[in-house]
Design a protein around this ligand. Structure first.
Ligand code: NAG
Length: 153
């Protein structure tokens, strides 16, 4: 018989996640941490994303704390078991990519972003963690998602 006594240990290492309503593989992570962005829904089209296609991301949510200069986002991308990228970005520098600029006042927001997924993306399983923080290190949001691109035939 296999012992399951290690299970509580294993689950304690995993970041706790909660699904976000909508048609996407994106979930909220680190849910034991207070987060100032509450996402009502996230939709991807197509879902799952496909190589060589334009991916449309639509998200809506409520922001309870203003976002100001100094906010940042830690991004981790895993490719299978390999850590492909760990990078910290200035959030205010990145916001023009989604047609927003700092400061962002609290309130309801809906945004749409189209990204082109290159044909050359290697097949495999990608897991992304994005943790956004205000200047004072309070958490704005933790998002995670896994996408698997199949082998090319
Ligand atoms: C994706 O969008 C770009 C820019 O709008 C467009 O030029 C391109 O043809 C689109 N690609 C596909 C596969 O629809």
């Amino acid at each position: 018989m296999v012992s399951l006594s290690f299970l509580p240990f294993v689950t304690s290492l995993l970041p706790f996640t909660k699904p976000i309503p909508g048609n996407s593989p994106i979930e909220q992570c680190d849910i034991s941490s207070k987060q100032s962005l509450k996402l009502y829904s996230v939709d991807l089209s197509p879902n799952p994303p496909e190589r060589g296609q334009n991916l449309t991301i639509t998200a809506s949510g409520f922001l309870s704390d203003d976002i100001e200069q100094g906010a940042y986002v830690d991004v981790v991308v895993n490719y299978g078991y390999i850590k492909l990228l760990t990078q910290t970005y200035d959030l205010c520098d990145e916001l023009p990519n989604i047609d927003m600029t700092c400061p962002i006042n609290n309130g309801d927001y809906t945004l749409t972003k189209i990204v082109q997924i290159p044909n050359e993306v290697p097949p495999g399983k990608y897991t992304v963690f994005a943790r956004a923080y205000n200047k004072d290190d309070s958490m704005i949001s933790c998002l995670t998602g896994t996408v698997e691109f199949p082998q090319l035939l």
